[in-house]
Design a binder for this molecule. Sequence first.
Ligand code: GTP
Ligand code: MG
Length: 316
Amino acid sequence: MSEQTAATPSLHFGQVVIGPPGSGKTTYCRAMQEFLTRLGRNVVVVNMDPANEGLPYKCAVDISELVTLDDVMDALKLGPNGGLLYCMEYVEANMDWLENKLRQHHDSYFLFDCPGQVELYTHQNSVKNIFSLLGKLNFRLTSVHLVDSHYCADPAKFISVLCTSLSTMLHVELPHVNILSKMDLIEQYGKLAFNLDFYTEVMDLKYLLDHLAADPFFKKFRHLNEKLAEVIEDYSLVSFVSLNVQDKDSMMQVLRAVDKANGYCFGDLEERNLQTMMSAAVGADFQFDSTLGVQERYVETGETTVEDEIMELLNG
Ligand SMILES: Nc1nc2c(ncn2[C@@H]2O[C@H](COP(=O)(O)OP(=O)(O)OP(=O)(O)O)[C@@H](O)[C@H]2O)c(=O)[nH]1
Ligand SMILES: [Mg+2]
């Protein structure tokens, strides 16, 4: 090893898993920990949510050893939202505690399971400051922002998801991957008006506005929605990767996006394991093809296939 290489500070790669309440962050951390462990990556999960109870994974560092939401609410007579903001400010003020705990796992890949409160990622500064301090400690983190995919079925909610995602990207200031989680439930609250790639690639929002204006309730908000769509399109930053935690192809697609975002370099062992997994996967390595694959699996298109026609003929 050259002197220059030996002097290079070691980098710690990982993901901060953020997003609205119930979007699947904790479930994702557990699934990603399992997935990465199978790939040969040494993974630890850090629970950053002082309200998390009954964790489904073994966590290496648990922020609730430092502060819990219940204690803060009791002691300061705060509600759950104010309490959580206070907790994250407390963590920021005690970064040395977190740093000491993390140092014990210096060779690991980190998954930070963060709390589910939107304003932590769009307005308040503590979480963003914690991420930035971690950056100074040589952490190379990707923010993995999960939102429920079923919002795609409602154009008005999808516009608000776009606004939240954009605002989070700009506020958190980390390499960022937006995820549409729970893909298996995407049409649970209604059918999609467009193909899935319209939502993942955030294509021309004019179509979404036209679709929305067809609803008498939203007609009067057309101008407001047009302006919001304009902001989103002007930044041209938001796109999504779809995720079903139970599908290894889907997990692989997310991992590729995350590793690309924070510059994680594959080691030999992992590359080999990935190749083995890939050989079992069908289809080309294009995001568009993958999206079509997910669409075929989870979204009813209403189109009749040749197989359907044959079955119809056979059944008379
Ligand atoms: N069907 C389905 N359910 C999921 C999936 N991911 C998470 N869930 C369910 O969604 C609910 C919320 O998941 P969590 O992982 O606790 O979500 P969270 O974002 O950590 O929630 P908070 O920490 O409270 O913000 C649980 O009931 C999970 O079982 C998924 O991919 N598919
Ligand atoms: Mg959680």
